[in-house]
Design a protein around this ligand. Sequence first.
Ligand SMILES: Nc1nc2c(c(=O)[nH]1)N[C@H]1C(S)=C(S)[C@@H](COP(=O)(O)OP(=O)(O)OC[C@H]3O[C@@H](n4cnc5c(=O)[nH]c(N)nc54)[C@H](O)[C@@H]3O)O[C@H]1N2
Ligand SMILES: Nc1nc2c(c(=O)[nH]1)N[C@H]1C(S)=C(S)[C@@H](COP(=O)(O)OP(=O)(O)OC[C@H]3O[C@@H](n4cnc5c(=O)[nH]c(N)nc54)[C@H](O)[C@@H]3O)O[C@H]1N2
Ligand SMILES: [Mo]
Length: 760
Amino acid sequence: MRAPRPNQDIDETRLTVGEPADEAAGAKAVAIALKHAVDHMGTRRTALTLPKLNQLDGFDCQGCAWPDPKHRHAAEFCENGAKAVAEEATKLTVGPDFFAKHSIEFLAGKTDYWLGQQGRLTAPVVRRPGASHYEPITWAAAFALIAEHLHGLASPDEALFYTSGKTSNEAAYLWQLLARAYGTNNLPDCSNMCHESSGSALVDTIGIGKGSVSLEDFDHAELIVVLGQNPGTNHPRMLSALERAKKRGAKIIAVNPLREAGLVRFKNPQSPKGVTLGTALADLYLRVKVNGDLALLQALGSLLVDDADHEFIAQHTTGFAGYHEHVKAVDWELVHEATGLEREVIDDAAAMLRDSKATIFCWAMGITQHRNAVATIKEIVNLALLQGNIGKPGAGLCPVRGHSNVQGDRTMGVWEKMPDSFLDALQQEFDFDPPRAHGLDTVDGIKALRDGRAKVFLGMGGNFTAAAPDTEVTEAAMRSAQLTAHVSTKLNRSHVVPGETALILPTLGRSERDKTGGRDQKVTVEDSMSAVHASRGPLKPPSKDLRSEVDIVCRLAEALFPPVEEPRNEASRNQIPWRDFRTDYATIRQSIGRVVPGADDFDARATSKHGFVLPHPPRDSRTFPTTVGKAVFTASPIDLLQVPEGRLILQTIRSHDQFNTTIYGLDDRYRGIHNGRRVVFVNPEDIDDLGLRDGQIVDLVSEWHDHDRRAEKFRVVSYDQPRGCAAAYYPETNPLVPLDSTALESNCPTSKSIIIRLEA
Ligand SMILES: Nc1nc2c(c(=O)[nH]1)N[C@H]1C(S)=C(S)[C@@H](COP(=O)(O)OP(=O)(O)OC[C@H]3O[C@@H](n4cnc5c(=O)[nH]c(N)nc54)[C@H](O)[C@@H]3O)O[C@H]1N2
Ligand SMILES: Nc1nc2c(c(=O)[nH]1)N[C@H]1C(S)=C(S)[C@@H](COP(=O)(O)OP(=O)(O)OC[C@H]3O[C@@H](n4cnc5c(=O)[nH]c(N)nc54)[C@H](O)[C@@H]3O)O[C@H]1N2
Ligand SMILES: [Mo]
């Protein structure tokens, strides 16, 4: 019934390359989803989980942050959501015997695919200084060990508290509280590598770092622009929204260097008709060069600026005159050089924008992970403001988030730069002085570890070591830590690159029943469109020795700040009611309601049948809480990425069979890749010009001013895309991303624009 424990790692010689697909989903997706689920979970667990996925009485999908419709379908999940559930709910387990058998050195030689496929972690383990293996440890000893290390630091700022975006609101709220009560704002998170650029750009221009649309807006939009996003793989349920919009007569523009199947045509696996017909999606597909979006958007602005919505602009915005002057002077030769697009198709796109009275702009990592990402997103905002496409039905800005609760984690205070108003509220609620100096983000956190300024790394979920840029630097930084401790569901690369002392703390997954404190607990999450709702898993956990994330944070806090007897002790942080929090999660939500802006009465509203939507002033009332009280037009120079002769711009992407560093399988079927991952997609003419041939094995060498970085043995795959561009999968390509190569303002690694050469 179930998949055998894979003892074979990836054998790249078995890789095959076929034709890319020209449509996504369809009946095949359902078959694959079910096969994958049954292989990993068995029929009983499949029947217990999939029908509960994204349902009102069920649990939130661990996959992406795409919202749930009000009227849910009986099968409200996609192929990749089913894979995410199966990955977590597998019946295979990794216990102390596994760690006794396999040395850390042996495990470090395995890929993240192999590590993840071994099964669920079942008991806490420790690696003592100098030891070759992890060995069992009790929870109490593990918490005491972390507390001992934290107490021993010269300053709380020598510790890092990382968060990945699967963490529930409750756990995230307590995690940031723990870090701040301990005395640091060092709260790096996966957002720092993801939508940080969106947050930076949106806060500056519209006053709030979140998207302004709701799912219903897709039923009213006349035009939907999808930039730098591959929804067929990464947000498959978005295709249903696009399909509905198309059937209503809306138009779609896709902006992407690759012709992604999911943007071309969709066969809805949930509709019997869709099985045979399918719906064409993009009406216009702009095959922009990697990093060309800023120039493209300015060119569009210059074509639309004379037909602007002057009433909206006068009433709600500032900076229009400067923007007008700037885009009028756009250099069309530079636009052509940056985008690779002919003037004609840009005119077509402008005409579609001009004709639309309600446009939604969606974007993801193809936009956020560049040096000029913040400027590019501000340019998207300019276009939206120009036509008054914000704060009205069917229109707005839609940064499509990645992890299922990454937006909620930020709302809960997981950010190294939370504003003073939030810290004031924390102070008021808990009667201690939260630190005010900004903390370290992901990239700066790695530098601090590297330079010995940080010594303890605590990870609430995620796979920091594999997800972060500059693998060699990051791994050395992690190994130099005094202590690394990861709260995880499954084994990953971060565990096998340990600090001097290292802990793996196994936790419950979202698909599992949480009986912490002897009662049925639930948690809450926020989707990409600010809707908050509850989640409760149906499955029995894989081991009795697992603790919930909430429980782990509280018990660590209790070890760190021993409770004091007499009230009003000067160390008031010792009076935070951690014990109440872990006994009844409702008490956490009540506290959230008092501290988080817009979350009043959080417990009742978040756990109500349909949940609630957090306030968003631009969306709700066309008010813009920026420093000037209006939405802000900006003018940014087009900074052309300089690519020396014979070099390519590499973007690093996800295959169809992975969730970030979790590799579900070895196929990327929409792009025609099977049984392997080490491929580099290159335009056939570039292959010729570089004197290479399709199928050849090459090293990817990234050129950066300090030194070259190398990732070995990738197979060249001839693939339709603009000249000068290349693509390969992440995390295998993370050794190529220089730590210092980050987006201006947001400090997000430039994972989508790495200058490389190919060496035979
Ligand atoms: N199944 C699955 N779902 C996921 C994830 C997963 O790994 N697997 N990851 C989750 C997370 S954390 C995130 S952040 C999202 C990521 O969702 P996406 O952003 O869709 O993920 P990527 O694979 O990075 O795809 C980037 C897309 O941008 C395009 N692109 C690259 N460079 C440029 C450029 O310069 N300009 C333009 N216009 N396009 C460009 C690429 O061709 C590709 O289509 O998905 C989330 N959902
Ligand atoms: N080159 C390159 N690098 C990138 C990107 C890119 O496009 N290109 N994308 C970036 C982006 S967008 C992101 S979001 C980051 C992702 O960075 P992370 O969020 O750190 O990485 P993930 O791979 O999602 O983390 C997977 C691990 O999370 C743990 N886990 C899973 N579920 C749970 C749970 O419920 N609780 C707990 N505690 N742990 C759990 C499992 O142990 C699993 O191994 O990577 C970034 N890195
Ligand atoms: Mo992400």
